[in-house]
Design a protein around this ligand. Structure first.
Ligand SMILES: [Fe+2]
Ligand SMILES: [Fe+2]
Length: 257
């Protein structure tokens, strides 16, 4: 089974670019399942029912989230109801909308999707990422397990990759919006990349107008983050998985322009 993982889709610009490229890519590469990070898919950040539906209608099978998961209150009910969106599992139990693990029946196979947030240099009062992922794995109904580790530091992400090596099919990092060049199959046959990158405007800082970010960093004053416009890219990675064992056979990062 060939799985495509797509990095943080930023705003309507990113959503529309994904829609313009994904259908052809799926055909050309023979992709069976598509997962993307949608925590920035709504304009103004977060995810809404309409940005999620746009991604699903464009050929995405599952969406993961991150630190912006709960920015849009109007989406909370939708997160509760939709079985194809995972939010970080290490938020408090009982009070957090949505779910941290999905067991998706594709007809051919069940695919388990887990979303976890890091503890370093990000909303770091969440439950321990490592303990949380162990707890989630007990609820996995498949050997094909994809983990989106939404974290800031490369060290924490690589440590999570090795922690899960041999226990899951793929660990991919998200959140930094910058693609790393370390797509690989770890020794225990887990596909891994530290960060998938971003789907959005090339000439930007994390999809936001670069001038705004520079000004904010210089002045230390709050600023409204307007989305940049212009040429786009879709950064992603392909993983070939053995259907029966769930082991990763091959991995490759891609940048579609
Ligand atoms: Fe993001
Ligand atoms: Fe993030």
């Amino acid at each position: 089974m060939r799985i495509l993982c797509i990095g943080d889709v930023v705003g309507s610009v990113g959503c529309e670019f994904l829609r313009s490229r994904l259908p052809a890519l799926k055909k050309v590469k023979g992709i069976d399942f598509v997962i993307c990070n949608g925590e920035n898919s709504a304009d103004g950040n977060g995810i809404t029912e309409s940005s999620a539906r746009f991604l699903f209608d464009s050929g995405v099978d599952a969406i993961t989230l991150g630190n912006h998961a709960f920015r849009r209150k109007e989406a909370y009910e939708f997160l509760d109801e939709n079985p194809f969106i995972a939010r970080p599992a290490n938020f408090p139990e009982g009070t957090t909308p949505g779910r941290g693990i999905l067991n998706i029946d594709t007809g051919r196979r069940i695919i388990t999707v887990i979303n976890i947030m890091g503890n370093m240099c990000i909303d770091n009062n969440l439950d321990c990422a490592f303990a949380c992922v162990d707890k989630m794995l007990e609820m996995a109904q498949s050997r094909i397990i994809l983990v989106d580790f939404h974290a800031e530091t490369t060290s924490e992400k690589r440590a999570m990759g090795f922690y899960l090596d041999g226990r899951v099919s793929v660990v991919f990092g998200t959140h930094t919006h910058v693609q790393t060049s370390d797509a690989q199959v770890l020794p225990g046959a887990t596909g891994y990349i530290t960060d998938l990158g971003m789907t959005g405007t090339k000439d930007s800082v994390l999809g936001v107008k670069k001038e705004i970010i520079i000004q904010k960093l210089k002045t230390k004053l709050p600023a409204r983050f307007d989305l940049a416009s212009g040429e786009c890219k879709m950064e992603c990675a392909l993983f070939d998985i053995d259907d029966n064992s769930g082991k990763c056979l091959e991995s490759r990062s891609l940048r579609i322009e």
